[in-house]
Design a protein around this ligand. Structure first.
Ligand code: SF4
Ligand code: SF4
Length: 108
């Protein structure tokens, strides 16, 4: 099992989750973070740290997000993030958008 990041992270990126992860398995894209499902040890300590409620345990209903987390953790492998930094500018407005999936930025 793993935990995964979903669309609620998009355009927010508070990064409060990364400093608590014991195995440093968060990777940063242009406007969201992902978890590498193959590195996550399923400890769950990051879930309550996310102010956007963007981190969830893997389940059948969010398997597409697990796939996205796996795909982009590989693509963004050089962008491992382990230290907290300020959230994205404008996150207060972005957090009001009910579904941000279409706003995902995969990068180059
Ligand atoms: S704390 Fe939540 S919103 Fe912030 S970067 Fe982590 S997953 Fe994204
Ligand atoms: S569940 Fe644990 S190991 Fe997995 S990403 Fe969160 S803090 Fe890291």
């Amino acid at each position: 099992m793993t935990y995964v990041v979903n669309d609620k992270c998009i355009l927010c990126k508070h990064t409060t989750c990364v400093s608590v992860c014991p195995v440093d398995c968060f990777y940063e894209g242009p406007n969201m973070l992902v978890i590498n499902p193959d590195e996550c040890i399923d400890c769950g300590v990051c879930e309550p740290e996310c102010p956007e409620d963007a981190i969830k345990p893997d389940s059948d209903s969010i398997v597409h997000w697990t796939d996205i987390n796996r795909e982009y953790a590989e693509k963004w492998i050089d962008n491992q993030i382990t230290e907290e930094k300020p959230p994205m500018e404008g996150y207060e407005e972005a957090r009001k958008i009910p579904d941000k999936t279409d706003l995902f930025d995969p990068g180059d």
